[in-house]
Design a protein around this ligand. Structure first.
Ligand code: G3P
Length: 218
């Protein structure tokens, strides 16, 4: 399973990348706005900086919601760097645009996915990645992980090549469960990635080893 970090914050991207296990970055308009990025020039510069920092796919989301706008914006985003993946919302014009991008060699990430039906449509359109929003499904008292399992089953059965990118991850446990359910990629906040490190027995064991190492040093 690939690890992406889900943020537009450059310090967090650097920290995740320094761990040596990062395969890419995802952003969305909310994450970009949180960093105070405004205007086309600043947005493009920010994506360029992220692509320079990380050797892996970087999802950049279109702001348009109509077919022509999505195509024009997506072409410009894709031209920033070969690692840019154009993130397109799961709407009718989005699906049509994903088909166009696929036919024109531009990779896509279909976002805001909440059902298996949407997952089938995105795969039919040729999306490179599919982003089901696990945390937001859990928030509405449905089981986000069940959806990952269902999509994984359908994609295997039907031979769809679209990679399942588990998004809206809220915890280290979500990452483990997504791996179990067959996600190809997990995009996570830095805290959830760091959460994978945690175990009290590791801390206790290390404290004992450090103490005993002092005895070995005489
Ligand atoms: O990748 C999508 C993700 O950023 C959404 O996460 O926590 O806003 O539901 P969240």
């Amino acid at each position: 399973m690939k690890f992406f970090v889900d943020t537009a914050n450059l310090d967090q991207i650097r920290e995740a990348n320094d761990l040596g296990v990062l395969d890419g970055v995802t952003t969305n308009p909310s994450l970009m706005a949180k960093e105070g990025i405004k205007g086309e020039e600043a947005i493009f510069r920010h994506y360029e900086t992220i692509c320079d920092l990380v050797d892996g796919d970087v999802s950049a989301e279109v702001l348009s919601t109509d077919y022509n706008g999505i195509i024009e914006e997506g072409k410009k985003l894709a031209a920033i760097h070969p690692n840019i993946v154009v993130k397109v919302p799961m709407i009718k014009d989005g699906i049509k645009a994903i088909r166009w991008f696929t036919e024109n060699g531009i990779r896509t990430n279909c976002t805001l996915v909440f059902s298996a039906g949407q997952a089938i449509l995105a795969a039919k359109a040729g999306a490179t990645y599919l982003s089901p929003f696990i945390g937001r499904i859990d928030d509405s008292s449905w089981d986000g992980m069940e959806l990952i399992g269902q999509i994984s089953h359908i994609y295997k059965l039907q031979g769809f090549k679209t990679e399942i990118l588990a998004a809206s991850i809220r915890s280290a446990l979500h990452i483990v469960k997504a791996a179990e359910m067959g996600a190809d990629v997990c995009t996570c906040p830095l805290d959830s990635i760091l959460g994978l490190l945690k175990h009290p027995l590791t801390d206790l064991g290390l404290a004992k080893f450090v103490e005993d190492a002092k005895k070995m040093n005489g």
